[in-house]
Design a protein around this ligand. Structure first.
Ligand code: KG4
Ligand code: ZN
Length: 335
């Protein structure tokens, strides 16, 4: 039995979690509203907000877990990839706290943490895939299909050659004048729309790779041409526009995932990352799973977007191996 504190600060969420082995005791997340008016994350503002949030977020995580900081056995932190200034806040805080408590540090890769979130246990939830499994990792910064052979053995089968799926959805939202982040807003508005109403060109990319920049441009032209004919084109068609762009992105994502399953013969299939909160993607994955006889792993909503619980479970696997990291570790922006 070991208590672990985990810290996540790679982008615009300051988060701290406490785990007892693989059992999640608390997971606090402080989002940053400051970016909304800019239509995207402003790195300098993100670092400043992390500085303001980190102490109360860690304090609340410990209190909610009902433990004292002196009971901690180790501290896990996101070392990268992410925004350097944001990462620096979490990394420096983790180092200072580990030093003052005289306990070891565990470094975690943010992308691996998203994937390993499936191994988190809560009193209400436990549904972990068996190795090897496939994971479609879809977030604002990444879109990859991974073959996960073990907690520390990931093989990238394919990935985006340009924009990430979340980035594409966020940009589509911006084109329609919707707030940032666009993903949850588009998801909600799409519920009342017809996903087949507008044709959006889908890319043809070889192997298990993705491309979303052409899809985004096709959507931009659709809206631009619509506005030329009708200045109220967006407001009149908002639900259908949201449903159509969401449908196009989800179709692309699933097409390659089906191909990856066929290619590898692996039928344990997971999704992870912020875009895995999308209701169409979740529903379509279930559909494909029952069609092809896969077992699908869909994370609870609280583990989809950035959170420290996933950093904690990735740290837990490393802690078992006693894979500690030195005090000299510095954050990295790219994986
Ligand atoms: O994993 P995440 O929190 O941060 C990164 O590591 O990037 O993912 C954020 C992304 C954003 O692009 C956001 O719009 C998207 O996840 N997202 C969604 C939904 N919720 C969040 N996209 C589609 N549907 C959603 N419900
Ligand atoms: Zn993320």
């Amino acid at each position: 039995m070991a208590y672990l504190l985990a810290i996540e600060s790679s982008c615009d969420d300051t988060s701290a979690a406490v785990l007892n082995d693989d059992l999640l005791l608390s997971n606090m997340i402080a989002g940053q509203k400051v970016h909304e008016i800019y239509g995207g994350v402003v790195p300098e503002l993100a670092s400043r907000a992390h500085l303001q949030n980190i102490v109360p977020v860690v304090d609340t995580a410990l209190k909610t877990a009902g433990i004292d900081k002196r009971q901690l056995e180790a501290i896990a932190f996101t070392r990268g990839p992410g925004l350097l200034g944001s990462l620096l806040v979490g990394v420096s805080f983790a180092k200072a706290m580990a030093l003052s408590l005289d306990i070891p540090l565990v470094e975690v890769n943010h992308l691996q943490a998203h994937v390993l979130s499936h191994f988190l246990r809560t009193p209400q939830y436990s549904h972990a895939p068996k190795f090897p499994f496939l994971c479609l990792l879809v977030s604002g910064g990444h879109t990859q299909i991974l073959q996960v052979n073990a907690p520390d053995n990931f093989k990238v089968l394919g990935g985006t050659i340009d924009d990430a799926a979340g980035e594409c959805i966020d940009k589509a939202a911006k084109i329609m004048g919707l707030p940032y982040p666009g993903g949850p807003v588009i998801d909600k508005l799409a519920q009342a729309g017809d996903g087949q109403r507008f044709r959006i060109a889908k890319p043809r990319i070889p192997a298990l790779n993705y491309s979303f920049s052409g899809l985004k441009t096709s959507f931009l032209y659709l809206v631009r041409d619509g506005l030329k004919k009708d200045p109220d084109f967006i407001t009149r068609n908002l639900n259908h526009l949201c449903a159509s762009v969401q449908q196009a992105v989800v179709d692309c994502l699933l097409e390659k995932l089906v191909a990856a399953c066929r290619q590898t013969g692996i039928h344990q299939v997971a999704i992870a990352g912020g875009v895995s909160a999308n209701s169409l993607l979740r529903g379509q994955l279930e559909r494909q799973a029952s069609l092809h006889g896969w077992e699908a792993f869909i994370p609870p909503f609280s583990f989809t977007t950035d959170n420290a619980a996933m950093v904690g479970i990735a740290g837990y696997f490393k802690l078992q191996q006693k894979a500690f990291c030195p005090m000299s570790a510095v954050p990295y922006a790219r994986s």
